[in-house]
Structures are given as structure tokens and as C-alpha cells.
Design a protein around this ligand. Sequence first.
Ligand SMILES: *Cc1c(COP(=O)(O)O)cnc(C)c1O
Length: 360
Amino acid sequence: MGRVYNFSAGPAVLPEEVLQAAANDMLDYKGCGMSVMEMSHRSKMFEEIITEAEQDLRDLMGIPDNYRVLFLQGGGSMQFAQVPLNLMKTGVADYIVSGSWSKKAWKEAKKFGDARCIASSEDKTFSYIPDVDALEIDDDADYVYICENETIYGTKYHKLPDTKGKPLVADVSSCFLSEPVNVEDYGVIFGGVQKNVGPAGVAIVIIREDLIPEEELPNVPTMLQYKTQADAKSLYNTPPCWGIYICGLVFKWLKANGGLEGAKRRNVEKAQLLYDYLDQSKLFKATAAKEDRSLMNIPFVTGDKDLDAKFVAEAKAAGLENIKGHRSVGGMRASIYNAMPKAGVEALVEFMKKFEAENA
Ligand SMILES: *Cc1c(COP(=O)(O)O)cnc(C)c1O
């Protein structure tokens, strides 16, 4: 049985070397006679796994000592509530709504306080990133929120907003570890890992220490307090052990392949291949504004629904899986995360050329 090229937006492709390493460890992890799925989260073995995963992530991203790394459950979506529950002190927060994910986060935050939308790109179906130089940030806002890469619309911030000293909270679910970052530009960086880092079930939160409430919050569930999770080093209760282990393998894979600089180089090269083809194609059109294009998620259309459906079906038959666009926008979307090999993008572009020739 061969492996397909999987263009899914998430859960998504993982590095083959990582899957192979996990398979080798499956029955007997490092001679302990059991798999990582079967061991106590309080065991020395697992403590090593989570400690090493955190250290490797710190090395990759250059995370300063005054930031904590939390491995949590609840996915990216849980953070839509956990962020306001922990960070809203004045009850005000500013949201930039650049797509479905930031809109969801904004709506969720409104349950807990005065979450204001200070910029939006909904007027043009979220095909661009709002002008971050023209923001009116509220003096009393506790934080400014962005979704750095909008998975569905294929847009990415290439410049972060100037938050006038307010902590920047960023959902990086679909661009996590895709390029180098300056962690100090952020107050909180979070993401569900199933797009670019690991299996579903883990969310990683990188939070500046001073943003973690010092005292227990009386009206916030224990599990949803960053303080609980930080004090217990993500081991307050049973964490997603297996998922954390796989994330750790992915961190090692990234470190062995040039770190985040290496990842960026490969990601730019892959995305360029597809964008270059799209920009000269007479059949296909990329839908995101050129200056805001994502390296990870690339939506495109033919402009004809039936032809889009034909393309998706024929691509699948050719071993190019999960190329269908999100149900809210239609068309196609190629998600080409870190683990998508260049050969996969080359195969897609070749297939598109053939399809264009046959359907011109
Ligand atoms: C997928 C996604 C989410 C939701 O993640 P879950 O782990 O399914 O809750 C949130 N934000 C972005 C940007 C995403 O791509």
C-alpha cells in the first residue's frame, strides 16, 4: 500500500520519519516493555518525554525563560474561552477579525466581557488581512487578538499589529513552526497541533509569565486556569501523553532539518511552486490577496462549481487527497504544511497543468 499526498487542512500530513519512529517504538518504548500510550503520566519515562519535548520546542522557537509552555487539551477552540477567562481583567479586549477562526474566537470572548472587533476583512469574504497600521486600540483593552494564519481563507499576517504595548494574543494553529518567530512580540501564542505539529488532542500555549493570573480565579473552572496548568507543569491531570510524545518527535525532526529557518526555506519554495503556476494559469485563480498569502493553506478556484468538483474527484483518483476547499468557501485548498514533501506540490502542479490542458 502506498501513501497518498494528503493536502488536508487538519488533521494533516505528518513527517514519514516521525510515523516510522513511532511505529518502531509502538510495542516497546525504549526497552520499558510498553508503549507510550500505556505508561503512567507520572512515570519517569513520561516525565522525560514531556521535559524533552518542551526543551526542544524552546530551542526551536527561542522561547525566553519568562515564557511558560503548556501542553493542554481542548484543541485550539478551547483557547477561544481560556484566553478571555484568564486575561480579561478590565473586561475589555480588542479582536481583529480576519476569517472564520478569529470570528469564532471573538464571539466566544463576548460571553466573558466586552470583546470589540477593531478591524475586519469580512467585507471581501476574508480574502485579505486588515490594515494593521490603522488600528484604534482601546486604552483599557487587556489584549489584542489575532489569528495569524487563517486556515480557511489562506491569509497570513506578514507584519504583526503594533498593539501599543498591549499583549498580543495569536492563534497560530495553522502556521505553528512554519517559520522563525520572535516570541517576545507576543503575550500568548497558542495552537491546536493537528495542523502542523502533531496528532489531534494537544493544544500548545506559550504564555508570558506575567499574564498568568497570580491568584486562583474564583469563578473560572480549575482546569481552565492557566495558573493550574502552569503550576503543575501541564500535569495537573492526565495530559494527552501520546500526542505530546509525537509532538516531541516532530520537534526533533525539525531540529535535524535546519530548525525553523530550514522549515521556512522549504515552505517558501513549495508555496512559490504553486503560486507561480496559479498566477499564470488561465483556468485556476488563487483567492487570497497577493500581499497576504499564506505559505501553508492555498485556496484556489476555477470559477465553475462543476469544474471544481471534477477537479477534486480526478485529483483524488490521482492520489492527491483532501484538496476540496472548506465548505464555507468551496473551490479547492491545498494545505502544504511542514511535512508535505516538495514532490507532493510538484505532483499537484503537474496534475493541474494536465487538467488545465484537458479542460481549457
Ligand atoms: C483548526 C483551527 C482551529 C480549531 O482547532 P481545534 O483544535 O479543532 O479546536 C483554531 N484556529 C485555527 C487557525 C485553526 O486552523
